[in-house]
Design a protein around this ligand. Structure first.
Ligand SMILES: [Zn+2]
Length: 464
């Protein structure tokens, strides 16, 4: 499989460190609000990437962080009169609900920043010992001039590094490389943790370095995010991790391009800013939204528009109609499987396209060509029950990656309290607290639902 590597700026053979196993870190949500569809473009593409790696037989260990402390969160929680935990729990639950609506495979670990403060402090200490930091007014900064590789990922000119300029903000201006904060001294009224440098909190960038290395090791295979994460966030992650360990942090970096709406940058002031919830409330099917999010090559800008929705709807119904026509045949016709070799060739071409840096339009082109051939065979009266089964099997395989090629059965709507119990059970299982997990399963059962563990994560079904 060949994948573009942002670090080398080339499409290269993807070779995991350990044959057959992949460590994958995807930058997760900052839980200060509902995630918008631009965020979900990244999560949906990462889901497609993971599913394709798995379809090719690789065992993926997927870690996605939950950033539950940073500038915006602190400001908004204070404005809402909520504790950090109350405030972020609300939006973390909303994120999981949205991710389920789009059928994103759950990560294996969702580390929360506030639960990994000791790991972050330890990493800052290592950086301090290695001479990469300085202190000022109770805060600790990373001296980017001390790390010769700084700028390699984002392609910044090392000569543009402004020695001594520094920023305290978690996010800062593009193309303005500056010393960045690792540990921020507490300001009045802000939440804080004790540290060797006094009370304070971690900067955003150190969160991902500490949690990625805790769950995937000091060197791992694959790290992804939106193109906005490349600088400064990922550049800083590299400086922090490699500055501390002296090891290459990540072998392969991948970034997806922006999502725009009707040809324009999505923004609240233009009135074209959508959360996933906004779209669902307008009656758009989650299946169609997922199709649009994964249907554009990840390195191309995705234009989310009415026209794209319409076109997507027509494309999905073409697939559905062909499957239905064949399924109807399946109950009456019986004959030789004339289409089977054609289906086999389509399957090979479909996966070969995905092996080529996730060429989704090539893969879907193969699927649509097959749909045309299937329809033509039905028209000629040459399709059989065996052909229907072969086509169904192709759709099932292709859908393990795309997740949209077969109609979605509506998921039983469970009340919010029951969904909260389900999330708590997930957390208990992640913490290997089996007694608690069993207790929560019984509570869900008492509320009238049974849990079915599926590939897309646990689903609730009303008790018969
Ligand atoms: Zn991150």
């Amino acid at each position: 499989m060949r994948l573009y590597n942002s670090l080398t700026r080339t499409v290269e053979e993807f070779r995991p460190r350990e044959p057959g196993r992949v460590g994958l870190y995807t930058c997760g949500p900052t839980v200060h609000d509902f995630a918008h569809i631009g965020n979900f473009r990244a999560y949906a593409w990462e889901d497609l990437l993971r599913r394709h790696l798995e379809a090719r037989g690789l065992a993926v260990h997927h870690v996605m962080n939950i950033t539950d402390v940073e500038d915006k969160i602190i400001r908004k929680a204070a404005a809402a009169g909520a504790s950090l935990r109350e405030y972020t729990d609300r939006y973390t639950a909303a994120f999981f609900e949205d991710a389920r609506a789009l059928r994103l495979l759950p990560a294996h670990v969702y580390p929360r920043a506030t639960e990994h403060i000791p790991e972050m402090i330890e990493l800052v200490r290592r950086l301090e010992a290695a001479g990469h930091t300085y202190r000022s007014e109770g805060s600790v900064y990373y001296r980017i001039g001390s790390f010769p590789g700084y700028g390699r990922l984002s392609g910044l000119d090392p000569d543009s590094l402004r020695a001594g300029a520094r920023v305290d903000a978690d996010e800062y201006e593009k193309d303005d490389p500056s010393d960045f904060v690792l540990w921020k001294a507490q300001k009045p009224g802000e939440p804080a943790w004790d540290s060797p440098w006094g009370p304070g909190r971690p900067g955003w960038h150190i969160e991902c370095s500490a949690m990625a290395m805790k769950y995937l090791g000091e060197s791992f295979d694959l790290h992804t995010g939106g193109v906005d994460n490349k600088f400064p966030h990922h550049e800083n992650e590299i400086a922090q991790s490699e500055g501390a360990t002296g090891q290459p942090f990540v072998r392969h970096w991948m970034h997806c391009s922006h999502l725009i709406v009707n040809g324009e940058k999505m923004s609240k002031s233009l009135g074209n800013f959508y959360t996933l919830r906004d779209l669902l409330e307008r009656g758009h099917e989650p299946r169609l939204i997922r199709y649009l999010l994964v249907g554009t090559h990840y390195r191309n800008q995705l234009d989310f528009s009415e026209k794209a929705l319409e076109q997507g709807r027509a494309e999905l119904s073409r697939v559905d109609n062909a499957a239905e026509r064949l399924a109807r045949l399946a109950t009456v016709e019986r004959g030789e499987a004339r289409l089977a070799p054609r289906v086999e060739a389509a399957r090979e071409a479909f996966f070969a396209a995905l092996d080529d840096d996730l060429n989704v339009s090539g893969a879907m082109g193969e699927a649509f060509q097959l749909v045309r051939d299937v329809n033509a065979a039905v028209d000629r009266g040459e399709a059989s029950r065996e052909d229907a089964a072969a086509f169904e099997a192709f759709l099932a395989d292709a859908d393990r990656v795309f997740g949209v090629l077969r109609p979605w059965q509506p998921v039983e709507a469970a009340p919010a309290e029951v969904l909260a119990l389900l999330d708590a059970r997930q957390a208990a299982r992640a913490a290997k607290n089996w007694a608690e997990s069993d207790r929560l399963r019984d509570a869900i059962l008492a509320a009238g639902f049974v849990i079915e563990d599926t590939r897309e994560g646990p689903q609730l079904k009303r008790r018969a």
